[in-house]
Design a protein around this ligand. Sequence first.
Ligand code: ME8
Length: 519
Amino acid sequence: MADRNAFYITTAIAYPNGAPHIGHAYEVIATDAIARFQRLDGRNVFFMTGADEHGIKMLQTAEKAGITPAELVERNVPKFQEMVERLNISSDRYIRTTEQAHHVSSQAIWQKMEEAGDIYLDVYAGWYSVRDEAFYAEDETTVQENGTRFGPQGTPVEWVEEKSYFFRLSAYQDKLLAFYDANPDFIGPDARRNEVVSFVKGGLQDLSISRTTFDWGVKVPGAPEHVMYVWVDALTNYITGVGYPDTESESFKKFWPADAHIIGKDIIRFHAVYWPAFLMSAGVAPPKRVYAHGFLFNKGEKMSKSVGNVIDPFTLTDAYGVDQVRYFFLREVPFGQDGSYSHEAIVQRINADLANDLGNLAQRSLSMIGKNCDGKVPAPGEFTKADKAILVAADNLVNEARAAMKGFALHTMLSSIWRVIADANRYFASEEPWKLKATNPQRMNTVLYVTAEVLRSFAILTLPVTPTASGKLLDILGVSQSARNFAALGEGGRLVPGSDLPAPSPVYPRYVETEEATA
Ligand code: ME8
């Protein structure tokens, strides 16, 4: 039985042909925030990321380094796994396409496609981009003055002629268009959907899906001189991860079809055209959604010398902090669009949004509670209009967040939360609780209670994005682990007057510029 509460989300699987870069980091961070959000909202989440280890690109990189492809992946995959750890990614499984189970799964889907009559042997003669691991039609390529030919993504293509198995993609044009029509949310954002629909409307050619000139890949069943085209095996990872070919397994029944594949915009065609066609052919339901994020660029503005190579996620998080980097990318870049980053922009977000708006409000109000209320949650008196207004604004945030997250609008969710954080700062400043100690301690207690209570909402709602810092804020608000979820927001989970609070400590330090950083 499909479990309606289950939620299966994946990232693309990265080519470990070098070290992980900021694009890889961005994708796992965003996917992690969505996975954490769904868990906090009570869903039973399975979140998978991993490595795409086959293909000619891996082989050529290994050759250049004078090692075997198997040695190359053993050298590089641990760096990707380390990045996942460093970024505090809550994934449930790290899949590697060199796993035996994945070979079995890829051969099984191949056999299903063959049984459906969709695979035939012929000769491939055409243009191939190693960099994109993609075949292109002649009219998608351009020739530069020096004679070099490039594919549509600007990467060099080479002429390939060899015996190859083909997938009858041409037979899926109408089925795919009907599928997009019936599932308007399948491809997001809209710009990508339009791009895919017009590509498919333009006509689909059969796809070469095996290679014979190298053997680093999954062997074609019954034809071991062929290895599968890397994208056939790569896309199949998503079903291997939940138990394919055992479609009767508990995990497959529970989690397939996936709720979302989160990928970059450069690989939308593979996910929104080839993948559903392969699955339809094999008699497996396509995923519910494919969502393409944009690309990140370093604007080349002054970065700290100590930060050095800022495209390295390790140096970046060493310099600014893990939660800070997570917050920056998700707040700064509208999800689905391209974005850029610079030292100045990161520091601005850290100091204005995190240290000032949220960090200061927490520090000022909680240290007043520590000093003036015996370190216990103060007992509020009757609520004024202003108290009620800020409580309601914070209580309503979860619904705003849910609405934004339906479309994976992480930036919209964060800007809504920070809008109410700004309201809370105005509330705190205008109520002046520090003056009330002498004149009206009961009123001071009420203002501090209300402030602590809205901080509780902010902390729970920001857990998907800044899990460590928000967890720390919940620690100093005395919120138990079992009350750290969306069901505990609002009236149901209000702080209990009289409960002990630990001594507050700052949650978000300011980023202080070193001399080197501005040089
Ligand atoms: O494409 N900004 O692997 P990959 C944002 N193995 N995202 C970026 C980026 C950038 N500058 N550069 C790359 C592959 N990405 C295949 C995927 S899935 C079955 C197989 C994204 O290591 C890219 O769009 O080249 C992709 O989603 C992911 O990083 C891995 O890229």
